[in-house]
Write a protein that binds this ligand. Structure first.
Ligand SMILES: NC(=O)C1=CN([C@@H]2O[C@H](COP(=O)(O)OP(=O)(O)OC[C@H]3O[C@@H](n4cnc5c(N)ncnc54)[C@H](OP(=O)(O)O)[C@@H]3O)[C@@H](O)[C@H]2O)C=CC1
Ligand SMILES: N[C@@H](CCO)C(=O)O
Length: 462
């Protein structure tokens, strides 16, 4: 039952509200919009007590008004987006629609009207964040985005505030709930890729276009935000190496387990030297993590992020990675921050959008994949096991790729295969090896090669 938050505020907190409620206009009432509305309604008294004043969604803009009217209290006005953006009674706009075209226009319009914006739209920020943050800073308002990365994990606040004494060496995370859900369900329940993806869509985890999830694009959007906040750079989304889980085969998931690893879609932003200007590596790809690695046990739609700072060491964050109410809670946390924010001249003292003050941001060179080095898992199907072993051993030695283990693998009805675990070797050596093996008549098909991620730990699982 809806109750006016302003009337609830005083009895719940024991305080008299010194200032007017923060008035919020919500665009979009899908998973995130409705999650935000419902959590705000359910916990309104406690949220007001934390914020120092009530936070009220007074206007909502959607396409399907009939559906919205059935979900919202009668006090909430259903309006057109343009009217909401122009209304001086609205302090903050929550953009919960998605996409990068209309959403960009709306956020810029809100900023121009002197309104702060809260969004969980990582695609928008990855592509237009620099522009939006600059516009907001120039207008003295905020674009807040805690829900945009790993929704229930307060990683944006951690990087912008809590870890600000550190030189961040790397951030690594399972930051796409849908992919992690698919990998977990396929492994544990033996379900097919398509069936699990449909379930992720039903549960509200997947993007409107789920190829963003399974092709690693959504994780790359999020990684671009994490790396910008960690290293003090503009957004460098276009320079991220991206590979998704679409082509992963069930037998590699099973083989990795048998070898003591777990396959995860991991985003990594890593400094490659100790100098402040050292290049960085930005990559999203399915990797083998040793099963005892803390991120290996992050399952289902959960997300996990590990941050290494020079002073704090490793900090592990874990929480729900997708879903309406978890994201709504992150959106509301931003609203609480905005409700508490100083206005007027003190606004200049706000925590900068990208953790570093705008004048301190500088792009860092991003290492091209071709210049990287990695320990790898390889499964190579062959026509003849012994001939395959002879060729593989010879070509591995010729390319200087250090072998940790090499073992035969046979699935009934399929060609025999060799499964290799290596130590680190240059990407150029891997590419040359692939060309050599692929051109050989011994080859019975394309190999599978996956990076073994170490993140400062030993590659070995023993
Ligand atoms: N789902 C999740 O777990 C998470 C999602 N996000 C992000 O949050 C954003 C929203 O995602 P989600 O809630 O899942 O998306 P949904 O598809 O569930 O909801 C989108 C909403 O936007 C509305 N909408 C679409 N076009 C317009 C328009 N032109 N004018 C007004 N309203 C419009 C739709 O209204 P109608 O129904 O009337 O068409 C719908 O209510 C995306 O950026 C997504 O990436 C971030 C973290 C988690
Ligand atoms: N589709 C996204 C939603 C949360 O950002 C995911 O699965 O992680």
């Amino acid at each position: 039952m809806y109750q006016d938050p302003e009337s609830l505020y005083a009895p719940a907190s024991g305080l008299k509200s010194p200032v007017r409620a923060l008035r919020v206009g919500l665009i979009g009432l899908g998973h995130v919009g409705l999650g935000t509305y419902r959590v705000l309604l359910r916990n309104q008294a406690a949220i007001a007590a934390r914020a120092g004043r009530p936070i009220v969604i007074t206007q909502v803009a959607v396409r399907d008004r009939q559906r919205a009217a059935a979900l919202l209290a009668p006090q909430v006005r259903l309006v057109e987006v343009e009217a909401l953006l122009r209304d001086p009674d609205i302090d903050v706009v929550v953009e919960a629609v998605g996409g990068t075209t209309l959403a960009r226009d709306w956020v810029l319009q809100a900023i121009a009207q002197g309104k702060s914006v809260v969004t969980a739209n990582k695609a928008l920020l990855a592509q237009h964040g620099d522009e939006l943050f600059a516009a907001a800073a120039a207008r003295g308002v905020s674009v807040a985005f805690e829900g945009a990365v790993a929704v229930s994990i307060p990683i944006i606040k951690a990087l912008r505030e809590s870890l600000s004494a550190n030189r961040i060496d790397w951030v690594a995370g399972i930051i796409n709930g849908t992919s992690n859900f698919i990998l977990s369900e396929m492994r544990d329940k033996g379900l097919g890729f398509d069936a699990v993806l449909q379930e992720a869509q039903r549960l509200g985890y997947a993007e409107a276009d789920p190829s963003f999830d399974v092709d690693g694009i959504d994780a790359a959007h999020k990684l671009s935000l994490l790396s910008a906040l960690a290293f003090g750079t503009p957004l460098q989304f276009d320079q991220i190496t991206v590979q998704g889980i679409r082509d992963l085969q069930a037998q590699d998931v099973g083989l990795a387990e048998a070898l003591g690893y777990r396959i995860k879609l991991l985003g990594v932003a890593q400094r490659l030297g100790t100098d402040e200007a050292s290049p960085v590596s930005l990559r999203v790809q399915p990797v083998l993590l040793p099963r005892r690695h803390p991120l290996a046990s992050v399952e289902g739609a959960m997300n996990g992020i590990l941050v290494h700072g020079d002073a704090s060491g490793q900090s592990l964050f874990c929480g729900a990675g997708a879903g309406g109410e978890p994201t709504g809670a992150a959106v509301i946390a931003d609203l609480v921050d905005l409700a508490r924010q100083p206005v007027g001249p003190a606004a200049a003292l706000r925590v900068p959008h990208q953790a570093f003050h705008a004048q301190a941001l500088r792009a860092l060179p991003v290492q091209p994949l071709a210049e990287s080095s990695a320990a790898c898992y390889v499964r190579w199907p062959v026509q003849d096991a012994q001939a395959g072993l002879a060729l593989l051993s010879e070509r591995l030695a010729a390319q200087g790729i250090p072998v940790r283990s090499l073992q035969p693998h046979q699935v009934p009805g399929q060609a025999p295969a060799w499964v290799l675990l290596s130590a680190a070797a240059p990407e150029s050596a891997w590419r040359a090896l692939q060309a050599d093996l692929g051109a050989s008549p011994v080859s019975a098909g394309a190999w599978t090669r996956l990076r073994i991620e170490t993140l400062g730990q030993a590659t070995d699982v023993g």
